[in-house]
Design a binder for this molecule. Sequence first.
Ligand code: NAD
Length: 486
Amino acid sequence: MGKEYQLLINGLWKESESGETFDVVNPANMDVVARCAKAGQEETVQALEAAQKAFETWRFTPARERSNLMHKAAAIFRQRIDTIARLLTLEHGKPLQDSFKELAFSADVIDYYAEEARRLLGSHFEGDAGPTHSFVFQQPLGVVAAITPWNFPVDLLSWKVGPGLAVGCTFVVKPPSQAPLAAIEFLRCFEDACFPPGVINIVTGSGSVVGAEMVTHPISRKIAFTGSTQTGLWIAEQAAKQLKHVSLELGGSAPFVVCKDADLDLAVPQALRRSFSHTGQICISVNRIFVHEDLADEFIRRFAESASKLRVANGLKEPDADMGPMIDQNGLNTVLDHLQDAIANGAEVVTGGKPPAGEEYEHGYFFLPTVLTKVTRDMKVMREETFGPIAPISTFRTIDEAVEMANDTPYGLAAYVFTNDLDTAMYMAERIEAGGIGVNVNDITDIRGPFGGMKMSGVGRELGKVGLDSYLETKHVRVLRRKPRE
Ligand code: NAD
């Protein structure tokens, strides 16, 4: 077994008060990778208090100093990227090449917001209805509770601490229990860059104890959450009782629409990657593919053939594999449940539908890329978030029908439209209910663009300028203009 990981409270690494720990397991072979301290309510409150104390100085630390410290942390992180990428693959299962991509983007996010820290300006105007000066201050919100999921445990954390630290907020972070290690190593870089004690605190432990305390305790002023819609709804209810700020990045059910005039040489590989990379465990993974009926046979043939050739493997042994294992038995159970439901209701498995055969797969949560046809809207695979490697394909006739099918979901995070016609692209982009629409591209993530969901996929946006603003409180200071007394 690897290292033991501790809590970070007020600049000190420590065991939990109870001495309790939990194991982190490699989903490719069930080996225990490391052991983590399991915090309780008491340590969570200590972490929140430390963050509150640190806020009083961090908020007034000059922007250039905050910026320099963040750049330093990003540089340290880049130096350690090889080791941390291996750790991420060990705890999560994603192929090493995907771990590198995640970590490189996280480092960029920290550098990007380090620069933004120095560009934070308020404003001034003269009174409209009287002799006054008006100043608009933009001030940090305070202590942020950052709660993240296991699928991108470092990236999704960088999207929170990047903007928050830049504007002067302090943090209590709860990494996901399935994959907390790379996130802890990422945050260790900030400690090693000499961030003041208490600016970042880490409490590993269960969501229902540690996470719940972070959400309900009056010290936290913002809950920055990425995870399931179910947990997000609970957090929204709790936060509402104290009118806390929230950003909720929740589940998705992304449609991939292949129009009559689409370029299949482009659409097929793009649909493939977005359906199966990370074993389908991305919030913006393709969940439902809608192909114009004229192209359906050709699309299905090419897509299924390519899917059957994808390489599923232990991502450490084969760093450039296409897919690793699923995260755990729960994830695998959902895939099996959705698959059985679809087959029982008439769906046809074109390829996949089972775990890969072979000794190397016997102890991990592996499942083959699976393509389904003859799917109907009432199947679980079309209605719920499968979060696994299943691509259900159905057909449409008209553009309006495609829009209606794409919107037939409670979710609204990402959507993809493949067409060679600008009018079709714009018509669909306006009508499809999703926070991000990719036209002839299969990724809606750009460091400068707002990322987030509509409907049950969440509230708020991360990344870009809007991601920075969401850590700020706006204050109007109105001052009488008058001549000083001599
Ligand atoms: P989850 O909701 O089970 O857990 C997310 C985090 O919340 C974990 O750290 C967990 O410990 C914590 N948590 C659990 N109960 C809590 C509570 N009562 N109070 C506070 N915290 C609590 O989600 P998951 O299974 O880790 O992640 C998968 C989900 O995340 C999927 O639905 C996926 O779509 C979603 N996701 C969304 C985005 C996005 O940007 N919209 C990105 C990635 C993942």
